[in-house]
Ligand binder design. Structure first.
Ligand code: NAD
Length: 350
């Protein structure tokens, strides 16, 4: 029997926990905001040490989704869910129970795959709720679309710094040769950019280097090599007190989430004259793609690709706000998103 209880959190529309002793489910869903539309965000499974740790994560992630969707111009709010548990011990009954939990939000929260959950798991969730996207046979793997969006963001950043988006002989230091990084590297190399790549899985780095005519360096070297662009496509937090002084790049533009260890690191980049493409602005391509499953008429790749062009125009606007207001691009992105949410709220209240 699924037991659902409220967790009141200031600044969040609705946060709930679910416990089901039969299936073993212990999960939290956080709906940060539905001002722009239903709150879409992935379902993460992680062996959190405590519920407090899981709560901290889901709150941060759901708020991030609000900003990401707002910046991308989508009719979507921000939400996220976390299952506290060992991903090696997944069962159908766990995901069916989770489906019931999602269903209890009546469409205010829409789920999708995320860290440690897969398309197959979403298929099980679908048995109990229709509020799930990213299913087999629909919008497909988001990674190539995310890579395309990051590439569009990079074009805007190149224009900001060099006055042209020409990549010929620009050196790109790519950290993380995974699903997004490998495709991003191809897009850059096809336009004459030179790839230097590092991955903790050396084999992955070597594969990308071979495909792009690039070279491999060790992970501990990638942030300090001479280059034009640093592209973080691995984990978050890579822009911090230790790494920012080492960077030789003029641009930072990559797919990783939460690249700034702390918000103040956005200003630290600006003070060093480095142009930063805010992570949630440039990595929204996958979200834009999956959102297109919800648009009347269903998923259409051409329409999704057209919508992704917004990433380029948004970056132009964010650079303009940053210049005019003398603030770093990460703060400019937050203001850009907040203005869109506020104007929707004002319209709704009028
Ligand atoms: P992935 O797991 O396929 O690739 C990540 C790669 O980074 C792996 O090859 C891993 O070995 C490598 N790596 C991990 N730590 C490293 C380190 N310290 N140094 C060098 N390499 C390291 O993941 P992905 O789907 O390509 O996503 C990459 C990043 O982009 C993640 O932060 C993810 O949250 C973010 N992101 C992905 C998508 C998407 O559509 N996949 C969308 C938005 C954001």
């Amino acid at each position: 029997m699924l037991q659902i209880t409220d967790i009141p959190v200031e600044g969040y529309e609705c946060v709930k926990r679910a416990i089901d002793t039969q299936s073993g489910l212990h999960a939290i869903i956080s709906v940060h905001s539905t001002v722009l539309g239903p709150a879409l965000g992935g379902m993460r499974m992680w062996p959190y040490e405590s519920e407090t740790e899981a709560l901290t994560d889901v709150l941060r992630l759901s708020k991030g989704m609000t900003y990401k969707a707002a910046c991308a111009g989508l009719e979507l709010g921000g939400g996220k869910s976390v299952i506290i548990g060992d991903p090696a011990k997944k069962t159908d009954s766990l995901f069916e129970s989770m489906g019931e939990f999602v269903e209890s939000f009546g469409g205010r929260y829409i789920t999708a795959e995320d860290v440690n959950t897969k398309v197959e798991d979403m298929g099980v969730v679908r048995r109990r709720t229709e509020h799930v996207v990213g299913l087999e046979g629909k919008s497909g793997n988001p990674s190539p679309y995310t890579a395309w969006g990051v590439f569009l963001g990079l074009r805007a950043a190149l224009e900001e710094v060099y006055g042209s988006d020409d990549l010929k002989d620009k050196v790109v230091a790519l950290e993380g040769a995974g699903s997004v990084g490998s495709r991003y590297a191809e897009l850059i190399a096809e336009r004459g950019g030179r790839i230097v790549v590092a991955d903790i899985k050396e084999e992955s780095a070597r594969r990308v280097a071979e495909a792009t005519g690039g070279t491999v360096v060790r992970p501990e070297e990638i942030r300090s090599i001479p280059c034009d662009i640093y592209a973080p496509c691995a984990l978050g937090g890579s822009l911090n007190d230790e790494t920012i002084p080492q960077l030789k790049a003029r641009i930072v533009c990559g797919a990783a989430n939460n690249q700034l260890l702390e918000p103040r690191h956005g200003m630290a980049l600006r003070e060093r004259g480095i142009v930063y493409g805010p992570d949630y602005v440039v990595n929204a391509g996958g979200l834009i793609n999956v959102y297109n499953e919800l648009v009347p008429g269903g998923y259409d790749e051409q329409r999704a690709m057209k919508m992704m062009e917004k990433i380029y125009t948004n970056m132009k606007q964010i650079f303009a706000i940053s210049r005019e207001e003398g603030i770093c691009t990460s703060v400019a992105a937050d203001r850009f998103a907040e203005r869109r949410i506020e104007s929707a709220r004002t319209r709704a209240e009028a």
